[in-house]
Design a protein around this ligand. Structure first.
Ligand code: ADP
Length: 326
């Protein structure tokens, strides 16, 4: 199945049509509002797919609601804050969250020369199906349609030069993950899990799926690990969901553990406001947890990229003493 981007008329906005193998129109997605004044052509080849030097890191979860998209967004922003050129692709086509989490609400999707222009927000380039369809309409995709939608977002976006592309996958084990593995050269996957036993079981299935697809699992993140009531003196830590459950699961599966992110009112309110940069306010416990997580992912992704031949170790000679670094 192929996809075609076209402008339906001055006020009708952007229309994305998914064309089946027999040339029939199988799905039409429509963005609200006008889409700018640039000419929109047919499907262009995947020239912009950042497969060259970019590390592609998928973020997956066994089930919805565990904070997968929140972690994906904060990973992207955290890596960008370290000076890397970062893109984020909202591949959660059934429930795209990036418009809210990144505050894209009032912004219009631009298309130039038949290619989607990513939104530049919080230091990252972002693209989401959520800006191509009406917010309150359910998104029902058959397998081939999900495949087509993902490929279009990945391949028809003008990513430019990227160091890292974060891909926010739909929850569970499904068509999009399969397409992802076939479309982009992945560096690895991060699995997000809450501590409870049921979440662990689903996350373990997601990790197994990545392994079956030949995608290295960079590690497991435990989200909503614990809650700190910092209005008490001294602050009291509540273990609501069974802190350490995801770490135990990671160790059972012999997967690296990447870190814990606590339940945080600030994280939730900044997410609702579309302001992830505020999560990194200096000196806060939340910023500390996120920085540690970003550092762990960065380290695992760097060594995976070297193993995959996506980057090479560099040798740095400093004055005084010679040292080598990877
Ligand atoms: P998923 O992508 O797994 O469906 P989301 O990232 O959309 O989950 O998160 C679901 C909700 O939980 C959002 O409202 C988000 O702000 C909130 N959330 C996620 N992680 C945390 C956390 N550590 N503390 C507080 N709220 C969180």
């Amino acid at each position: 199945m192929a996809g075609v981007l076209r402008q339906a008329g001055p006020l009708a906005g952007l229309v994305v049509e998914f064309i089946g193998a027999g040339g029939e129109r199988v799905h039409t997605a429509r963005a609200g509002g006008e889409v700018g004044h640039t000419p929109i052509g047919g499907l262009t080849p995947a020239a912009g797919t950042p497969t060259g030097s970019a590390r592609v890191i998928a973020v997956g979860a066994g089930k919805g609601g565990v904070g997968k998209s929140t972690i994906a967004v904060n990973l992207a922003v955290g890596l960008a804050r370290r000076g890397r050129a970062v893109g984020i692709l909202d591949a959660d086509i059934y429930g795209p969250s990036l418009p809210t989490l990144l505050g894209l609400g009032a912004m219009e999707q631009r298309v130039v020369g038949g290619r989607l222009q990513p939104f530049l927000v919080h230091g990252v380039k972002a693209i989401t199906i959520g800006k191509l369809v009406e917010a309150d309409k359910p998104l029902i995709w058959r397998g081939p349609m999900a495949h087509g939608a993902f490929k279009q977002l990945a391949e028809q976006t003008d990513w430019g030069e990227l160091d890292d592309l974060i891909v926010d996958l739909p929850p569970g084990t499904g068509d999009v993950s399969l397409t992802l593995a076939q479309t982009l050269r992945l560096t690895g996957a991060v699995v997000v899990c809450t501590p409870q036993r049921v979440a662990q079981d689903d996350a373990a299935r997601a990790a197994k799926m990545f392994e079956q697809l030949g995608i290295e699992v960079l590690g497991v993140v435990e989200n909503m690990s614990y809650f700190v009531a910092d209005d008490l003196t001294p602050p009291r830590v509540y273990d609501l969901f069974g802190r350490g459950g995801a770490a135990a699961m990671a160790s059972r599966l012999r997967l690296p553990f990447l870190g814990e992110v606590p339940i945080s009112v600030a994280l939730r309110t900044n997410s609702d406001k579309g302001d992830p940069s505020a999560n990194f306010a200096a000196g806060t416990a939340l910023a500390g947890a996120l920085e540690a997580l970003v550092g762990a992912v960065e380290e695992r992704a760097a060594s995976a990229a070297v193993r995959l031949g996506q980057s090479r170790p560099t040798l740095t000679v400093r004055s005084g003493a010679a040292r080598s670094g990877a």
